[in-house]
Design a protein around this ligand. Structure first.
Ligand code: OXD
Ligand code: MN
Length: 586
């Protein structure tokens, strides 16, 4: 008798017609075989074995370098279930159109069956996925990003409780690229891309799009959030989760070397991108990191911005679309000065003005989380860590202050639902355009976002000790266009204020948008910053916020009558608070 997994594999093989099928066990020997094969066919270029043992460079097709949101679909039975912010395709149409592309797609290729666990192997919150892929690079990446191989098969047994994901590189033609999610069936189909966010199906497709749907059904939360622990001078650790849009510094914040380490404040990393959270028996939200590695943006990463990851990247890591120095080391803009003479760019070309930067702006590193010195001793805690604060943020050159606290859960949900950020290179499309990205989930919420807001509001009523909700903006600029705040390790000063708010110790000033630090409440000892700059960072400009409210109203308008009334009420109340402080223009 075949198991449900075996049946699905047979079905996928009938459709895609591979030359051979390999079931992955996740062992070192298997990985060594794959690496050998990828070096032979040029998928992997070895890096300098002295400085980067067991590290490889992968160059993707130049048309396949970022997530492609325009061809990402939620294929729910009704369009209303996907909502106005997702692309939708009817399941039957998707099966027909995309099924046509899968037919025979693996002819002459190897089909790898990749079982994996999302979350610590022994956690009751973890879940199993199985990815079928014809890309050896995907197999090697999944081995870093998830607990892959026999560990998953052993946990699954003959159960049907797994999320199947079928992936093929297809012909890599962007015209024939689709990333489709069938949430009612908990099924993923991805074809035509080998890029991480499109092809490593455990990450965005399962752990966010499918999991967010499951989480609403089952009363938990699947969020695009880092998880960190802030240790205070007594050794007590307070856990916080933060949602920032893609490429806005989640990894750097989660792995920060604190500028206040000498006074006893230290940051521990639990996760850098995704949090799965359930209400624990103690009434706190308990978070696990479903992933096992970091898939971070390389450009701008260096020994000042993220020393912990730089150390971790020294071995067992993959680099995708970065430059290569003549001594065989990875190189990207912002790593350290100018590229050594003879460096070649991510497309293997010499460095000339016409050939562009050494590394693609969305080039990535893939590194096992356990290699980071900052990894929390509790990062694999099966029960998860208790979350005391949610932090939302984005890139806002003008509007948002360095930090503010919401007025409570419902207002916090409004703050999160109205988040906006200037776009980055993590997805294809224009960079630097302000777009609303509620909870940093716009590209990742697997269902109607109006229902998602409703789920958030409802969760607040069920959590005995809900996290306090904050908003941060590291990216505010002065009149000269320069960033006002130094960021990176100095961000711990903001985390310290958040911690002290939770403990009821830090002073704050009430503004129409929420509570900002009182002038002396931010720890600035040892930081070379003028008081005028701090005031500029914390300033809440009512007229700018009034304009923001118009744009929020337009965004909310997309959801029509589905928008939870509580968000409309929060909006009205904010409007009234602003009206009270804005002096009417004659
Ligand atoms: C990511 C993203 O890769 O958000 O984490 O795009
Ligand atoms: Mn992300």
């Amino acid at each position: 008798m075949s198991t449900p997994l075996e049946k699905w594999v047979e079905e996928a093989a009938r459709m895609t017609a591979p030359a051979r099928i390999v079931w992955c066990d996740g062992s070192d020997a298997e990985n060594a075989r794959l690496v050998e094969q990828m070096m032979a066919d040029g998928t992997f270029l070895p890096l300098n074995p002295r400085t980067h043992p067991d590290c490889y460079l992968h160059r993707s097709d130049p048309s396949d370098v970022a997530r492609t949101e325009q061809v990402t679909f939620i294929c729910s039975r009704t369009q209303a279930a996907a909502g106005p912010t997702n692309n939708w395709m009817a399941p039957a149409e998707a099966k027909e159109r995309i099924g046509g592309l899968f037919r025979g797609a693996m002819k002459g290729r190897t089909m790898y069956v990749v079982p994996y666990v999302m979350g610590p192997a022994a956690s009751p919150s973890s879940k199993i996925g199985v990815e079928i892929t014809d890309s050896a690079y995907v197999v090697a990446s999944m081995r870093i990003m998830a607990r892959m191989g026999n560990v998953a098969l052993d946990r699954l047994g003959s159960s049907e409780d797994f999320v199947p994901g079928l992936h093929s590189l297809g012909d890599l033609n962007p015209q024939r690229r689709f990333i489709a999610h069938f949430p009612e069936e908990k099924l993923i189909w991805s074809i035509g891309s080998g890029y991480g966010g499109n092809a490593l199906l455990g990450k965005k497709c399962f752990a966010l799009r499918i999991a967010s749907w499951m989480a609403r059904e089952q009363g938990w939360m699947a969020e695009h959030m880092l998880i960190l622990g802030l240790e205070d001078p007594t050794g007590h650790v307070t856990y916080m989760s933060a949602a920032f849009p893609s490429a806005c510094g989640k990894t750097n914040l989660a792995m920060m070397v604190s500028a206040l380490e000498s006074s006893g404040y230290r940051v521990w990393t639990v996760g850098d991108d995704i949090a799965w959270m359930r209400i624990g028996s103690d009434g706190y939200l308990r978070a696990i990191n479903p992933e096992a590695g970091f898939f971070g943006v390389a450009p701008g990463t260096n020994s000042k911005t993220n020393p912990n990851v730089m150390d971790a990247l020294g071995c067992n890591s993959l680099f995708t679309n970065v430059g290569l120095t003549p001594s065989g080391e990875p190189w990207w803009e912002g790593i350290n000065g100018t590229p050594p003479a003879g460096t070649i760019n991510w497309r293997g070309q010499s460095m000339t003005a016409e050939n562009g930067p050494a590394a693609h702006p969305n080039s990535r590193y893939t590194v096992p989380a356990r290699q980071a010195a900052c990894i929390s001793p509790r990062w694999e805690d099966p029960e998860g860590v208790p979350i005391s604060a949610f932090i939302f943020g984005g890139r806002r050159a003008r509007l948002a202050p360095l930090v503010y606290e919401s007025r409570g859960w419902q207002h916090g949900v409004y703050v999160a639902a109205t988040m906006a950020s200037e776009t980055t290179a993590a997805a294809t499309g224009a960079v630097g355009v302000t777009r609303r990205d509620p909870m940093a989930m716009l590209p990742f919420c697997g269902y109607n976002m109006a229902g998602y807001f409703g789920h958030w509001l409802a969760m607040g009523g069920k959590i005995a000790h809900p996290p306090r909700v904050f908003h941060v903006n590291w990216f505010r600029r002065g009149a000269d266009g320069k960033f006002l705040w130094p960021g990176y390790g100095q961000n711990v000063r903001v985390l310290k204020w958040i911690l002290e708010r939770i403990e009821g110790k830090a002073a704050a000033v009430e503004t129409p948008i929420g509570f900002v630090p009182a002038p002396q409440a931010l720890e600035l000892e040892g930081l070379d910053i003028r008081m005028q700059t701090v005031e500029e960072l914390l300033r809440v400009e009512p007229t700018d916020w009034t304009a923001e409210l118009d744009s929020i109203r337009d965004f909310f308008g997309k959801f029509g009558g589905d928008l939870p009334p509580a968000l409309g009420q929060e909006h009205e109340q904010l409007q009234q608070r602003l009206n009270r402080v804005v002096i009417p223009q004659k």
